[in-house]
Design a binder for this molecule. Sequence first.
Ligand SMILES: Nc1ncnc2c1ncn2[C@@H]1O[C@H](COP(=O)(O)OP(=O)(O)OP(=O)(O)O)[C@@H](O)[C@H]1O
Ligand SMILES: [Mg+2]
Length: 886
Amino acid sequence: MRRSAAPSQVQGKSFKKTRFIPPGRSNADVSKEITKMSPDTKLFQCAEQSQNDPGVCSSNPGPTEGIPREVGDGTRVDPLPPVHSASKEITESKAQEEEASSLLKYFSVVWCKASKKKHKKWEGDAILIVKGRSFTLKDLEGKDIGRGIGYKFKELENVEEGQTLIIGGKEIEILGTVSSEDFNSGKCFQHGSGSPTVPSSQAARKCFSNPFKSVCQSTQAQGNRQNDCRPRHNPCTPNALVMPRPDENHQWMFNRHCSPIVDVVIDPHLVHHLRPHQKDGIIFLYECVMGMRAVGKCGAILADEMGLGKTLQCISLIWTLQCQGPYGGKPVIKKTLIVTPGSLVNNWRKEFQKWLGSERIKIFTVDQDHKVEEFINSTFHSVLIISYEMLLRSLDQIKTIPFGLLICDEGHRLKNSSIKTTTALSSLSCEKRVILTGTPVQNDLQEFFALVDFVNPGILGSLSSYRKIYEEPIIMSREPSSSEEERKLGERRATELTRLTGRFILRRTQEVINKYLPPKIENVVFCRPGALQIELYRKLLRSQSVRFCLQGLLENSAHLICIGALKKLCNHPCLLFSSVKGKEFSSSREENEERNLCQGLLSVFPAGYNPLQFSEKDSGKLQVLVKLLAVIHELRPTEKVILVSNYRQTLNVLEEVCKRHGYACARLDGQTPVSQRQQIVDGFNSKYSTDFIFLLSSKAGGVGLNLIGGSHLILYDIDWNPATDIQAMSRVWRDGQKHPVHIYRLLTTGTIEEKIYQRQISKQGLSGAVVDLTRSSEHIQFSVEELKNLFTLHENSHCITHDLLDCECTGDKGHTEDASEGPVASRQCQLGPQKSDSSRPLSMSQLKQWKHFSGDHLNLPDPFLERIRENVSFFFQNITNQAPAV
Ligand SMILES: Nc1ncnc2c1ncn2[C@@H]1O[C@H](COP(=O)(O)OP(=O)(O)OP(=O)(O)O)[C@@H](O)[C@H]1O
Ligand SMILES: [Mg+2]
């Protein structure tokens, strides 16, 4: 050991007698500290040579003094300490050198600035990493707060528990060793995140075998309390769903008045309806919000796939917590706040009514006529349902209400901690927070942090520590250039992050309810473009704007205008015509550019063309649509159709088609007042409805709606973002649907629509992180190569998507690729490989396994497809659940 560097020699005797008052220790410990400090206190040199201990550096001059060096990550290190004489260095054995390089130890330490002050306090915890002949000191946020290299192996090897050292101007005390397992997983950095007090709900449930025996023992002492502490529902009935009882830790923390423990039992009226996964989900939610899964944290993320009944699970939780509690039977909460997209406010009310009737619980929904004040003044309403928009407007009032539980429906919108809504909701004092989302939450590590930190603030530390401890190592490990060591560290950190957050995130996939659902027949239909469409398409591709785009000469969003024009043309040429005719006086730059682009096309339209009297023959897809509607109407007169487009103008065209053919229709788009939306949905779902068609703008109202009144869903156009389409498709194939569900995705053969579809299902589209409803196409970047591909019309192919699949068939035999051909490609979650997930977009190789036929195929297996074949060049079809009797 370097005696020359001992504090007694460097800093004089006063330092030797330094008295520490470490946080949380009694004065009795101080004498021990002193003994530890001297003479064994070791002095190390470090990167963070503090200004106030110059003596450390200069006390022992040596050969390398004054030459700054760099450590691995480029950090400049102060001059190496003159630790040993040159001759000693030379005599160090080679074997020792080798030993040194394999030395790797981790210690938990406390630290404070080294000073001569009498009364010092430890300033924080840290992790000391001793590696080879160097050390690094990291705070619990993962930040380096000290480092140094070039020590003698022996010095570092002998570091042990209880020692007090000075390194880089910091005084540290070694508290204990940290296993490499705990370091690699990042566990040693976790503070305050708590560990599960209940390992699993299964284990917890075991202790219920005889609830009356141990629970609520009616001793004399409990006397009058006996009646209060009986479970609200009998936990002994065969189907009783009993919540896990709190363990001793929980009781110690929350049962301050030593009330008797009472079983919390879900209302049998609800249990009767619950699916098995919903029962598990309710136990999960209960454990989370009661703080039984992570000490001191009461949040949960329920990320079940769309249609799994997240609403019912929450209603069960609310109803239970508002009436019952484990301590003396006292209700855990009094009031609940549910925040949801505007179009779902009334859906929530309906679901409450559906499952609990109107007497058990009083719901208050905020709208134009019903303000938050009414809820504040009401004594009998206990649940407030409000839209995100209204919440922002009434935040000050909402803050005054002591909500016990906060539920954020479609909560993936809180993924950005800096947006207004997240800030507003975070400012509420309510600790029990639940996020509901059907969208996977683990695809982006920063968004993941925001959601987790919202429900359980601080559980992953600060954002900067999260980045250092999890995000950076995980991302680094996925770089092709990462070392073996980096790869392993990243994997371990990812595993640990999953373990840590897995306690309060639950996701189940569609498969769990498949058996309760009717068959689903999905079709991708490639429609031949009409003659006018082809002519206009060619002309558009030859336009100056497109040529400039391909030469990279146009700025900003010019390519988006060209893409927009092509998409309109695919829907119907009349939409292009209207872009010129309807907008002569537009002041917006985009509209002007679009008008200029389309102006040159007018000569292609027949003289006297009137867009309002459009012909169905001018659009391949519209022709297919008209025939499809006719055959559904004819073969399934009692069934109804949802017709989806992303554009209001297209919905206008489709509405006009409905009128022409005498089909009654309902419509919901971005302009439909929020207050009317549920009524429109209910009207359509009702068996008394005379509407045959529901026109839906997927962007406006797709999320969360139940449109089980319809069993045929036609996606008229395609969005860049597969999540938009997946959301729309999930509206019909869900609990309550009685008929086999038919889904038709219409694409115009050889055009940009096929390219968008390919992008949706190819790796490129997926790695662009578009599996997310809140991302819009404006953020998609295109290379010139990609634009060239987008701006090409393939006139001679039946289906360029099929051509890309490398499938050997010619589309004439109803070909299906052997499903055993290999693993199906899917997007990797940043936390590691995921289970199959039906809300993820289809991949190319999955598509290859679908049945596929060319339009010329002789025996189409489906009467609906048979009727439209004349205008169709290719079909893909996939049937989930058993084959329907079509
Ligand atoms: N156990 C059940 N039995 C019958 N119907 C159910 C059951 N659970 C839920 N449902 C019904 O299933 C439909 C879908 O439920 P819900 O709207 O809660 O889905 P979700 O999980 O919120 O989906 P999304 O992510 O699309 O919002 C609703 O009509 C609901 O009433
Ligand atoms: Mg929902």
